[in-house]
Design a protein around this ligand. Sequence first.
Ligand code: FES
Length: 111
Amino acid sequence: MSFTKVCTVDDLWEGEMESFTVNGHDILLVCAEGGDVKAFQGICPHQDIPLSEGKFDGQKIICRAHLWQFDACNGKGINPDDCALAEYPVKLNGDDILVETEGVAPLFAHS
Ligand code: FES
């Protein structure tokens, strides 16, 4: 496993999301309520829309295009519930946020 530094904790406040390209992967970093940092695929599993253009309320990521919703704790679809975001392993090293991209591929859902 090799983790790549993406940003620092100062770049991502609680309740915020931010998109990054890491080793060719579009990644959405979110800092959920409670301070947990998670990394998910940056593109909606429905169609080719960056999730960073949507909304994040601290618990749910909401795609701007058709309002699909995803749980920021685990990437699972809330509505609809038969889809999910691929999750990337995250590690903190001091103030640095690192992500592992190897072996993770974005998921796509029914249309
Ligand atoms: S493209 Fe995201 S909900 Fe349709």
